[in-house]
Design a protein. Structure first.
Length: 555
């Protein structure tokens, strides 16, 4: 049986019926992206009605530091307090490998199918439209709540210096974020490029500071070495449970903490339709992911574990400002001044940057759903800057959830919503890996050599299978602490498990109503996409000259 066309085609959309033989004619629809049809082969190619404003350096830097935010600068302290320096290091190392595997899977699919929307589009073609629908709304919901959460974080961080009501800062940050998202994608790219550079400089700076403090170069001239690994020790007895079980639970908990620090790292392909030379840019970003995880996450958590003891009471400080950052705590203990303000300033840009990244991912996911009729077509409408302004407006409306943090009762509800969002990262990553494995085995079933793909990720399918098993176990054990005698907490239980039945309801309901079927391995449209890639080769990059050869951050 012939593989179905990669993009559905509707002649009612106005194909020019007198094209030159072999030419591609454009199907015009003002409310959706354009499509190109090859009259000779009958194959279809989506061409987004967008401006490809993201350059190679933007994609490289977004992949390098775009997702670094409060999860590393603030929440890493909780990981050390709950798991100890060795437990936190192991958690970030293991989940870094999983995050890398997920990114490699996204990179391989994104290089072949550079459609905006990411896994929502891949699941449509490689697994089942019902999976695309369920995970699409899972991701949309996650972004709808996580964006106001980042705005709240930025507003609280400003209070480190100012006593102005948070509502003022929430309004300012929200309006600027919406304005940025409504302009050219190039504006977003330049902002993220600048923010990423600041975050990289901060990480390099604080790691050098931690090394100096460890070696006794601080103002107090106290050499620390591995002192805190000996006392209070490398591992923590989590929840007060003694013995090996308590230490194991501490390490296991650090996996969840690290997972959320890495969340969003898979978004390198979500705006593929707005990326120049995506079949070259996306793989290059994905190939370097493990080095970046090692340099900016794993080494950072190791260094901070050397200079802050796991029993320091400030690690459990819930102020939300730089005072709870383990790097600030280390500087304070070593009597280094001015560091808190510097770190706070960069963390504000990190929170705003993360919100910008979420807004991009959320709107493009929603557009991806709308393109295939799984969301109202109105969300595909774009303004003169080629920005999906209706989708941006919806997310702008939900930014008002940030104001819930201003009252105690509403803040409790907002906290529940944030906890519910956390588990959607697990669900999204599991969906990505399932989709990739279907794609991988579809290639084998159809006898398609991986060498014919624009880019084939290394170590597959082994790293995808290992990551899928670990993530599945984490999903099922996310609320394990509630089953320990005397530790029951309704919020923890609900936030840990409510996403599982909700996802299944979306999946099964769509499958029942639309009568969708899982695409068989023989019918997965892989070869048509390969043919499209071969007919549209991307220009080779210009060779580096002079000082540009020293640039290791982007190509």
């Amino acid at each position: 049986m012939a593989a179905p066309s990669p993009i559905a085609f509707d002649k009612s959309r106005g194909v020019d019926d007198t094209p030159e033989k072999g030419a591609k004619s454009v199907i015009h629809d003002p409310e959706s992206p354009a499509y190109l049809v090859d009259e000779t082969t009958g194959e279809f190619e989506e061409v987004q009605a967008v401006r490809q404003g993201l350059h190679q350096r933007h994609i490289q830097m977004i992949a390098l530091a775009g997702t670094i935010g409060t999860g590393l600068f603030l929440s890493s302290g909780r990981a050390i307090a709950r798991s100890g320096p060795l437990g936190a290091f192991l958690g970030y190392l293991v989940m870094g490998c999983v995050a890398g595997a997920v990114t490699l899977a996204v990179g391989e699919m994104g290089a072949l199918v550079p459609l905006s929307g990411g896994v929502v589009r891949y699941a449509e073609h490689f697994v089942d439209p019902a999976l695309s629908f369920a995970n699409g709304y899972n991701v949309v919901y996650s972004y709808l709540v996580s964006i106001p959460a980042e705005i709240v974080a930025a507003a609280v961080l400003v209070q480190f210096w100012s006593a102005v009501n948070s509502a003022v800062w929430i309004t300012i940050f929200g309006l600027v974020m919406v304005a940025t998202a409504s302009l050219f994608i190039r504006v977003y790219g330049e902002l993220e490029f600048a923010f990423s550079m600041m975050k990289i400089l901060l990480i390099v700076g604080v790691n050098i500071m931690a090394l100096v403090i460890t070696c006794g170069g601080g103002p107090n001239h106290q050499s620390i070495g591995f002192q805190y690994w000996r006392d209070p020790g490398p591992l923590v007895q989590y929840l007060g449970i003694g013995g090996a079980l308590g230490r194991f639970l501490g390490v296991w908990t650090s996996l969840n903490n690290a997972l959320y620090a890495y969340s969003g790292i898979e978004t390198i392909a979500v705006a593929a339709g707005e990326t120049r030379s995506p079949r070259r840019a996306i793989p290059q970003a994905a190939k370097r992911i493990f080095v970046r995880i090692l340099l900016f996450y794993v080494i950072s958590i190791f260094m901070v574990g050397l200079v802050v003891p796991s029993n320091d009471p400030q690690l459990n400080n819930d102020s939300g400002t730089a005072s709870e950052s383990p790097f600030v705590i280390a500087a304070t203990r070593a009597k280094i001044k001015a560091v808190p303000s510097i770190i706070n300033a960069v963390i504000i840009t990190s929170a705003w940057s993360s919100g910008n990244s979420n807004l991009l991912g959320g709107t493009r996911t929603l557009v991806g759903l709308a393109v295939n009729g799984r969301a109202p077509q109105i969300f595909t409408r774009r303004n003169r800057f080629s920005s999906p302004w209706i989708a941006v407006s919806l997310y702008g409306l939900f930014m008002c959830l940030a104001y819930m943090s201003l009252s105690s009762s509403a803040s409790t509800v907002f906290g529940w919503l944030q906890d519910l969002v956390s588990i959607t990262t697990l669900t999204n990553w599991i969906t990505i890996l399932i989709t990739y494995l279907r794609f991988y085995y579809g290639c084998k079933k159809q006898g398609i050599s991986r060498k014919s793909l624009p880019w084939a990720a290394p170590l597959q399918p082994y790293i995808s299978w290992a990551s899928l098993v670990l993530l599945s176990v984490l999903l099922l054990t996310g609320g394990y602490s509630t089953f320990i005698h005397g530790k029951w907490d309704t919020e923890t239980f609900v936030s840990s498990y409510i996403n599982i039945p909700l996802f299944l309801i979306f999946y099964l309901a769509y499958k029942f109503i639309k009568k969708t079927k899982t695409v068989s391995l023989e019918d997965i449209p892989i070869q048509p996409f390969i043919d499209i890639a071969n007919r549209n080769p991307e220009p080779l990059p210009k060779p580096k000259k002079g000082l540009a050869k020293l640039n290791i951050l982007w190509s």
